[in-house]
Design a protein around this ligand. Structure first.
Ligand SMILES: Nc1ncnc2c1ncn2[C@@H]1O[C@H](COP(=O)(O)OP(=O)(O)OP(=O)(O)O)[C@@H](O)[C@H]1O
Ligand SMILES: [Mg+2]
Length: 342
């Protein structure tokens, strides 16, 4: 351990559209929604993460909640930098320090990100005292987090369904052989539900309610083996303007989500069709691995399996697969040098 190392702390960050996670000393120390609240009068960020999420949809004109990332890319650089900085300052072990330690960090980025955006992420990281900053592509981090040995001369297919994007990649020999990123993921599912409730039930529901519906009774198919119970949903009646409640079933949600899931299926099929034959042969044996929060949608694994005729496995704790993988690379930087972008 060098003198420099003594003052250096290591962190791994999964900067996601929906959730930001940070690993420090092998533990997930931050797991928060990627949301900030800004005071319009002072232009200051007044809250980040869970606290800001509670304000979502309930603000008045002087406070605005912002999701700095959209569709898998950074939409508001200033807000995202403040958010990262607030999260890092909140890490308990770092809070106790007298001065801000230098950081060695690995940050996971969407594979569709541009050079300019990549530079911006890096500069943000440097401004929060990142002295040694590495970036890693999301599907690669997901694969490592799932436990796939990415260095093998063997093809593996990863589908990471997050909030903003679904990233599909075939990985072999430590590289991404072919990939596809579509902007259909959890956020679009939520919007599908809002649209469905409005058009089929004349009920106006907010984003938070729609997300609750998705998690409680959302489904990718109309014939689930273990169907969830019907759900009561409250919102505003679009005709009368009065608050109203309706009861909905998972079958309705399957209808609401069908179009979006079809697009994910198509993207998976397209990626499979571009996979070199030797790797396709591997995938025939290994199947498809799912990660990301969206992969927990009921029946999605089964539906993808039927479509592709391949076994489909959901990662253990899919919301944390990416940050886990990012954390593993942080601990073995020399081993993963070829997949890290310096
Ligand atoms: N049980 C569940 N069923 C369906 N969707 C879920 C479930 N739990 C979480 N989600 C959804 O998963 C999404 C968040 O997943 P995740 O944290 O992997 O995204 P992210 O990494 O922030 O986004 P991205 O990778 O696109 O930048 C949200 O849209 C959330 O609503
Ligand atoms: Mg993600």
């Amino acid at each position: 351990m060098g003198f420099f190392d003594f003052f250096t702390e290591e962190i791994a960050i999964d900067l996601g559209t929906a959730n930001t996670l940070i690993i420090h000393q092998d533990k997930v120390v931050v797991d928060s929604p990627s949301i900030v609240a800004r005071d319009i009068l002072t232009n200051k960020i007044i809250a980040a993460g869970k606290e800001a999420a509670m304000m979502q949809g309930k603000t008045h004109e002087n406070i605005k909640t912002i999701r700095p990332l959209k569709d898998g890319v950074i939409a508001d650089f200033d807000a995202s930098e403040k958010m990262i900085s607030m999260f890092i300052k909140d890490i308990p072990a770092l809070k106790k320090k007298l001065f801000t330690p230098a950081l060695r960090m690995v940050i996971c980025i969407p594979s569709g990100i541009t050079e300019v955006e990549m530079r911006a992420v890096r500069e943000s990281a440097e401004r929060v005292n990142g002295k040694e900053v590495y970036l890693i592509h999301e599907p690669m981090a997901a694969a490592i987090g799932i436990g796939v040995d990415i260095m093998q001369p063997k093809g593996n297919m990863i589908v990471d369904i997050g909030g903003g994007t679904t990233e599909i990649a075939v990985i072999a020999l430590g590289g991404i052989v072919c990939d596809k990123s579509v902007k259909i993921a959890g956020d679009v599912f939520t919007n599908d539900i809002i649209y469905y409730m409005r058009t089929q039930h004349n009920l106006y529901v907010g984003e938070r309610t729609a997300e609750k519906i998705k998690i409680q009774i959302g489904s990718a198919t109309e014939d689930l083996e273990i169907p969830p119970e019907e759900m009561n949903v409250q919102g505003r009646d679009l005709l009368t303007g009065k608050p109203k409640q309706v009861q909905i079933s998972y079958r309705e949600m399957a209808k609401a989500l069908d179009k979006s899931i079809l697009r994910i299926e198509d993207a998976v099929m397209e990626t499979l069709s571009q996979t070199p034959p030797e790797l396709a042969a591997d995938i025939y044996n290994t199947g498809i691995y799912l990660a990301g929060g969206g992969s927990m949608l009921r029946g999605l694994d089964k539906r993808l399996s039927q479509k592709t005729d391949l076994p489909v496995y959901i990662a253990e704790d899919p919301l944390r697969a990416v940050v886990r993988g990012t954390g593993i690379t942080l601990k073995n930087i020399p081993r993963y040098r070829s997949v890290l972008i310096k």
